[in-house]
Design a protein around this ligand. Structure first.
Ligand SMILES: [Zn+2]
Length: 348
């Protein structure tokens, strides 16, 4: 029999009991959920006197079709375009887009919270980590490129950090292209290179505190990357106790390549995430959606999928003793409240 649900805090952000550990509430009856007829218990917060239910704490809070959670998540990690997924599930495309945003934001916080202990203690950054950037685009391949930075563990393939940023437009090869580029610059401004920012952000997932005293205590390890200018100084700033080994990205690809973990990770992303497939209509239209889609895939890769398809015993997260294997249902069950990702309420 399952344990009855006990709320640990008030779900309303403006309530003084939202972030406290001592929370007083009373039961307040129950209501019948329209979509499936289930009876959901209600509660009453003693601080703000508002009512809420178990549903308020769930990821599918206020969703009209919670039964579509798993089919939509599965579609998003199976190279299906948003339009085709909507057609297959007989819903409108904006429904799929809203779910993509919801699950993407949730998965980012989920990863932050689940891996928090290992990241804060420095346990996670031990061993060899490989980082690199993948190039893609939003709307226009030539003039609106994007960079995706990722940090992957060499042995477990655990994805520790991801970040997406803008890249400057490419050269215009003829007059027509020049006009096209100028129109984009006029409408949206000149695109900066955020390569340094995204690589720093992705690596910072391994060392969540940038203070000098914290970084001094972080255990040493190894980092691998290609020879791109700037990587050495970023690595020295973010993880000063790690030794950086740089190898040519032109070396023969395959398991013997020192950058295999990240090359394989990027290849899997291209094969799994519809918007990264080359020469297709699915390409990203918005940078934010790409980031959300990547976090969905990263959580599936880390917490649900087998570490290797040929070794179906553990997940990448289990390899690092983070948590037992999750199912898609469990991954998308409870909302992660933003303040909780730090592990302790603010000010306590
Ligand atoms: Zn309250």
């Amino acid at each position: 029999m399952t344990q009855p649900f006990e709320p640990s805090h008030c779900p309303y952000e403006d309530c003084e009991s939202h972030r406290t550990r001592t929370f007083e509430y009373s039961c307040f009856g129950r209501y019948r959920r329209k979509c499936d007829g289930r009876h959901i218990p209600r509660f009453n917060c003693h601080s703000c006197l508002r009512t809420f239910s178990t549903q308020t704490f769930r990821v599918d809070y206020r969703l009209k079709k919670p039964r579509l959670t798993e089919p939509i998540f599965n579609g998003l990690i199976s190279k299906v375009s948003l339009r085709k997924l909507a057609e297959a599930l007989k819903v409108r495309r904006p429904t799929i887009e809203r779910r993509l945003s919801l699950y993407g934001d949730h998965c980012r916080l989920y990863h932050a919270q689940k891996s928090l202990k290992q990241r804060q203690s420095g346990e996670l950054c031990e061993g060899t980590w490989v980082f690199d950037e993948l190039e893609t685009f939003e709307h226009n391949r030539r003039f609106k490129p994007l960079s995706v930075a990722a940090v992957v563990h060499h042995d477990s393939f655990f994805i520790a950090g991801l970040a997406v940023g803008k890249m400057p437009a490419r050269m215009a090869v003829n007059e027509a292209r020049r006009k096209e580029r100028d129109a984009i610059v006029e409408a949206e401004g000149r695109r900066p290179s955020e390569s340094k920012r995204v690589v720093t952000e992705a690596l910072s997932w391994l060392a969540p505190d940038a203070s000098e005293s914290y970084l001094r205590g972080v255990p040493g390890g190894h980092l691998r990357s290609d020879f791109k200018t700037g990587y050495r100084s970023i690595a020295r700033t973010v993880l000063p106790n790690h030794a950086l080994h740089q190898t040519s990205s032109k070396d023969k690809r395959g398991p013997s390549n020192p950058l295999f973990a990240i090359n394989h990770g990027f290849a899997m992303m291209r094969d799994t995430i519809s918007r990264l497939v080359r020469r297709s209509w699915c390409a990203s239209k918005l940078q934010e959606r790409l980031s959300q889609h990547l976090w969905i895939w990263a959580c599936f890769r880390n917490y649900v999928r087998d570490w290797k398809r040929t070794e179906r015993d553990i997940t990448s997260a289990e390899w690092h003793h983070i948590c037992p294997r999750q199912t898609i249902k469990r991954l998308l069950q409870w909302r992660i409240f933003e303040w909780r990702k730090t592990g302790v309420p603010e000010g306590s």
